[in-house]
Write a protein of this length. Structure first.
Lengths: 196, 466
C-alpha cells in the first residue's frame, strides 16, 4: 500500500466519500469482474458489486490492516456475491410472461440472438459458453477458478482472501478445472487446443 | 509417480506451483503416459481459455450510482444511534410503508364489510351494499395516512409508539396474516421486520388493485378463502463428495436405496478417472437423487456408511411466502373465472360472448401457469435433491490410517537395514580374513623357525652345563 493510499484509507475511515472513491478506484473494476463471473450477467453483477463496495465503505473503519487491503476488499466482494446469489435463488423469472396493458395483454418476447457470420460474434459466443460452464461449477470451485484463472491471483493470495489453507485452494482449483473441462468437452467444437 | 498422484498435481504443475522435485517426476511421467498427457493438455487449454476472457468495463453510470449510494450510506451512518432499536425499526418500517399499510387497512375493511354484507344480503342486494363500504374504507385510508406524519414527529412519545404498533397489528390480523404476526411478536429482529415488509408489500397492493379495479366483488370472495397454511414450504438440497471402494457396487446400493425410499434417480453419470487402460482403472461420477424430505437425514447417514464423505453442503430454502402469494393469486383468478362464467351465461350478443370468452381463456391460462408452478414447488418440497459426487479409491484404509502405515514401513525398513548391515559386516570380516592371510602365514613361518632356533640354542646351553 502506498503512502497516498494510506492517507486515503485514513480519511475514508473518517467517512470521507471522495477519499474512499479514490481508494477503491484501483479495485472496483476487479470487484465488478469477479461479481460478473460469479453472478453470470451484467445486471446482477452491477448490483452485487455496488452492494459489496457499500459494505466495504460501511466497514472500512473497522479495517485494522492485519491483512492486505486488497485481500480484504475481495473477501467482502466474494461474500457479497454469495449473499446475492442466495437471494437470487428465490426469484424465478418467466421469459414470456404476459404483460398486462390497457388494451389487454401482450406476450413478453425476447429478441432472437441468432448467428451472425462475424468473428466478433463467435468470440462473444465462445465467452458465453465458458461463462455458462462457470455458472455450473459448485460455488467454492467457481470462486477458486475465478480468482486463479480469470483474475490471476496466486495460490497464496487466494488462500488469504478466502481464509482457507493453501492445500484446500489447490484441490478446489484442480477439481474446478476438471469439472469445467468435462463441461466444455460436451461442446461439439471442443478439441485439445480448446474450443476452435 | 503413478497416474493418480500425477493427476492431483497437474493443476499446480500448470500454475508452476509444484516443487522442483515433483516437476521432474511429472515431466518424466508425462513423457511416458499418454492418458495423463492428454489430461494435462486439456486442463491447460481450459486454463488458457479462462485467462483470455476479456475484462469487463464498468457499466455506464456505475460510479455515479455508487456515489449516490455512498452518500446515502454515509448519512445513515452519521445519524445518531437510536436507543431502542426495536421500536425505531418498527417505526422506520411503518414510515416506509405508510401508504401500503393504509391501503391494506382500507382493503381489509372492504373485505370485512363486504364479507358481512354477503352473509346478510343475497346476490341482488350485494352491489348496493358494496358502494358505501368502499367509500368508508377510502375515508379510513385517508385518515391513516394523515395520522402517520404525526407519529413521525413525536418520536419520543411512548404512547404514540403504542398506537403505531396497534395499527400495525390491526392490519396484520385483518389481512389474515396471523402466522407472520406470531413470528414477529416475540422479537422484532431485523429479519422478521424485513420478512413482514416483503410479505405485506407483495400481498396487500394486489388485493387493493383487485378491490378498486373494475371488478369490486372479486375481492370480497378472494380474501375469504385465504389459505391458512401453517406448515412451511421448505426446499432442501444436499451436496456431497465422497471417496468409495468398489464403485459399481456402491452406486447400485445408492440407487436401490433411493427407489426403496420412494424416491428416484434424477441424473447419473460415470466415467473412468484416468482412462481404462491404466493398470488399475478407477471410476468417478455423480448421481443426483430425489428422496422424500422426511428421509433426507436418513439418506445422508446411510451414505456416510458407504464410504468417506470428503465434502458436505446442505441448504434449505423457505418458499412459504412465495408459495402463499401464488396460491392466493390462483384463488383470486378462480373467483374471477367463476364470475366470468356467470356473465357468459347471461351474455346474449355474440360480440359480448367473444369478449368474455377471450377474457376467460386468458384467466384460465394464467391459472394453469401458476398451478404448474405450485405443483413444481410441491414436488421440490416433498422430494429433496441430493447430489453425490463419487470418487473411487483403491482402498479407503490408506487414507484412514496413514500414520500406522508409515510406522510399519519404517520398522520394516530399519529391520532390513540392520540385516543388510549384518551381512555387510560379515562380508567385511571375511574380506579382512582373506586379506590378512598372507601376513598370518608369513609371520607364523618366521615365528616357527624362530621358535625352533631358540629351542635348539636353549638345548645346546643345557648340554654344555651338564
Amino acid at each position: 500500500m502506498t503512502d497516498t493510499e494510506k492517507i486515503f484509507l485514513k480519511k475514508s475511515q473518517e467517512g470521507d466519500i471522495a477519499s474512499f472513491e479514490q481508494l477503491i478506484a484501483r479495485h472496483q473494476q476487479k470487484v465488478y469482474n469477479i461479481a460478473y463471473r460469479m453472478m453470470g450477467n451484467e445486471e446482477d453483477a452491477k448490483d452485487a458489486a455496488q452492494e459489496a463496495l457499500i459494505k466495504i465503505y460501511k466497514s472500512v473503519s473497522k479495517f485494522r490492516g492485519d491483512s492486505g487491503f486488497s485481500t480484504w476488499v475481495y473477501r467482502i466482494a466474494i461474500n457479497a456475491c454469495k449473499d446475492e446469489l442466495r437471494k437470487k435463488k428465490h426469484n424465478i423469472i418467466s421469459l414470456d410472461k404476459e404483460i398486462e396493458t390497457e388494451e389487454g395483454s401482450i406476450k413478453n418476447e425476447l429478441a432472437d440472438q441468432g448467428l451472425k457470420p462475424d468473428e466478433l460474434v463467435e468470440q462473444a459466443e465462445l465467452n458465453e459458453t465458458i461463462q455458462e460452464a462457470i455458472n455450473q461449477l459448485p460455488e467454492q470451485n467457481r470462486i477458486a477458478i475465478i480468482l486463479r484463472d480469470i483474475q490471476g491471483f496466486s495460490y497464496e493470495d487466494i488462500s488469504s482472501t478466502l481464509e482457507c489453507p493453501v492445500g484446500t485452494v489447490k484441490s478446489r482449483i484442480n477439481r474446478g478445472r476438471k469439472l469445467l473441462k468435462d463441461c466444455l468437452k460436451q461442446n461439439p467444437r471442443w478439441s485439445y487446443e480448446g474450443i476452435v | 509417480m503413478n497416474c493418480k498422484q500425477c493427476n492431483e498435481l497437474l493443476s499446480q504443475y500448470i500454475d508452476l506451483e509444484v516443487t522442483p522435485q515433483d516437476k521432474v517426476k511429472i515431466d518424466q511421467h508425462l513423457e511416458t503416459c499418454q492418458a495423463c498427457k492428454t489430461e494435462y493438455e486439456e486442463l491447460k487449454a481450459v486454463s488458457e481459455m479462462l485467462k483470455e476472457l476479456p475484462m469487463k468495463d464498468l457499466p455506464e453510470g456505475f460510479e455515479a450510482e455508487l456515489h449516490e449510494k455512498l452518500v446515502e450510506a454515509s448519512k445513515e451512518m452519521k445519524a445518531p444511534k437510536p436507543k431502542n432499536d426495536k421500536v425505531v425499526q418498527l417505526k422506520d418500517h411503518f414510515r416506509r410503508n405508510v401508504k401500503r399499510y393504509s391501503l391494506a387497512v382500507a382493503a381489509s375493511l372492504v373485505v370485512m364489510v363486504s364479507f358481512e354484507s354477503m352473509n346478510f344480503n343475497n346476490g341482488s342486494k350485494m352491489e348496493m351494499a358494496m358502494e358505501p363500504s368502499v367509500e368508508t374504507s377510502m375515508d379510513m385510508a385517508y385518515e391513516v395516512t394523515e395520522e402517520a406524519p404525526m407519529l413521525r414527529v413525536e418520536e419520543s412519545d411512548g404512547a404514540q409508539f403504542k398506537s403505531t404498533e396497534e395499527s400495525f397489528t390491526l392490519e396484520l390480523t385483518n389481512a389474515d396474516w396471523a402466522e407472520s404476526q406470531d413470528d414477529a411478536a416475540p422479537d422484532f429482529s431485523d429479519v422478521n421486520a424485513e420478512e413482514l415488509r416483503i410479505g405485506t408489500a407483495d400481498d396487500q397492493p394486489e388485493i387493493y388493485a383487485g378491490g378498486f379495479g373494475e371488478d369490486k366483488e372479486a375481492v370480497a370472495f378472494t380474501a375469504a378463502p385465504q389459505p391458512a397454511q401453517v406448515n412451511r414450504k421448505i426446499i432442501q438440497t444436499g451436496y456431497l463428495s465422497m471417496d468409495i471402494e468398489n464403485y459399481d457396487e456402491k452406486l447400485e446400493q445408492i440407487m436401490t436405496m433411493t427407489t426403496k425410499m420412494g424416491g428416484y434417480v434424477e441424473d447419473m453419470s460415470s466415467s473412468y478417472q484416468y482412462g481404462y487402460r491404466t493398470e488399475n482403472p478407477l471410476k468417478m461420477g455423480h448421481v443426483t437423487i430425489r428422496v422424500p424430505q422426511v428421509q433426507f437425514h436418513g439418506v445422508i447417514k446411510t451414505l456416510d456408511e458407504l464410504g468417506r464423505i470428503t465434502d458436505q453442503n446442505m441448504s434449505s430454502e423457505d418458499i412459504t411466502h412465495m408459495y402463499r402469494d401464488i396460491a392466493n393469486e390462483v384463488a383470486n383468478l378462480e373467483v374471477r373465472e367463476a364470475k366470468l362464467r356467470e356473465i357468459m351465461d347471461k351474455a346474449v350478443e355474440i360480440k359480448d360472448v367473444l369478449q368474455v370468452e377471450n377474457e376467460l381463456s386468458r384467466v384460465r391460462g394464467q391459472i394453469n401457469d401458476m398451478k404448474g408452478t405450485l405443483i413444481q414447488w410441491d414436488q421440490l418440497v416433498s422430494l429433496s435433491r441430493i447430489t453425490i459426487n463419487l470418487y473411487e479409491v483403491e482402498s479407503l484404509e490408506v487414507y484412514i490410517e496413514p500414520i500406522d502405515n508409515s510406522l510399519l514401513t519404517r520398522i520394516r525398513e530399519s529391520f532390513i537395514n540392520s540385516i543388510n548391515d549384518l551381512v555387510y559386516s560379515l562380508e567385511n570380516l571375511a574380506i579382512l580374513a582373506v586379506a590378512l592371510f598372507p601376513f598370518i602365514v608369513g609371520y607364523s613361518i618366521v615365528g616357527f623357525i624362530g621358535y625352533k632356533i631358540v629351542k635348539r640354542i636353549v638345548k645346546a646351553i643345557k648340554k654344555r652345563r651338564n
